[in-house]
Write a protein that binds this ligand. Structure first.
Ligand code: C5P
Length: 240
């Protein structure tokens, strides 16, 4: 499978559904030339790997967002199984440590998979008091940068982070170290459970390489129009 990015869209739509019918309906409403799709835990646990095959058949590139976090051996094997599905991108929790990250990337390369592997830093649904509560003593920015450094040293392809931290990450690491940013909202959207949010324009200005957008598109009355608006705002702000 060629990973050449024909459409080059920087918008990744999160297909957060618990059944195949709704996911395929949304995939058919959107266009593979305008976005990539993210399959997360809810959809993957509900439908299994066959959903990936179905979305590939429709022409989409897939970010399989399962955020692996386990002992090294288990994560490495899971990364290989995910890569075998032919997905474009996968991710693992950087809090699983450097050894887990280094070995996962190593095995992907050794097995000739072209899957991009990212490290999750701090979830965009978390705030300062919550990260302190689980034992991180730094503030969010310092903690995210610490984790991003580990991901970079482990030779991962990039990180998942909020737009707030993307600008610091983009200034510290080489341009090709990818920042994928969730928590995107238009000013009129509600934030749902996301705490560290930004508009597509702000995300572009912060240096986000890709934005992950779920509910502002999938819960919109006109998903395709919403996707096109978000893509236009992001692309135009990237150029300026
Ligand atoms: O609906 P919404 O736009 O909030 O969806 C964001 C998507 O990005 C969800 O699928 C969520 O699991 C994912 N995500 C996130 N924060 C991260 C990593 C992934 O919101 N740090």
């Amino acid at each position: 499978m060629s990973f050449q990015d024909k459409n080059n869209s920087k918008v990744i739509v999160a297909l957060d559904y618990n059944n195949k019918e709704d996911a395929i309906l949304m995939a058919n409403t959107l266009k593979p030339s305008l976005c990539k799709l993210k399959v997360g835990l809810e959809l993957f646990v509900s439908c299994g790997p066959s959903i990936i095959k179905d979305l590939h058949t429709l022409g989409y590139k897939i970010f399989l967002d399962l955020k692996f976090h386990d002992i090294t051996n288990t994560v490495v094997k899971s990364c290989l199984s995910a890569s075998k599905l032919g997905v474009w991108m996968i991710n693992i929790h950087s809090s699983g440590g450097k050894n887990m990250m280094v070995k996962s990337k190593d095995e992907i390369v050794k097995n000739n998979y072209q899957t991009l592997i990212l490290g999750v830093t701090i979830l965009t649904s978390m705030e300062e008091n919550e990260i302190n509560e689980i034992g991180y003593s730094c503030n969010i920015k310092e903690q995210v940068l610490k984790m991003a450094r580990l991901c970079y040293q482990s030779e991962l392809n990039g990180v998942v982070c909020s737009t707030k931290e993307a600008k610091f990450i983009k200034s510290e690491f080489p341009e090709d170290f990818i920042c994928v940013c969730p928590g995107i909202r238009n000013t009129e959207n509600k934030s749902d459970d996301q705490k560290r949010i930004a508009t597509p324009k702000l995300a572009a200005e912060s240096g986000a390489d890709y934005i992950v957008v779920g509910r502002p598109i999938t819960k919109s009355d006109k998903p395709l129009e919403s996707l096109m608006m978000i893509k236009k705002e992001f692309d135009e702000s990237k150029i300026i």
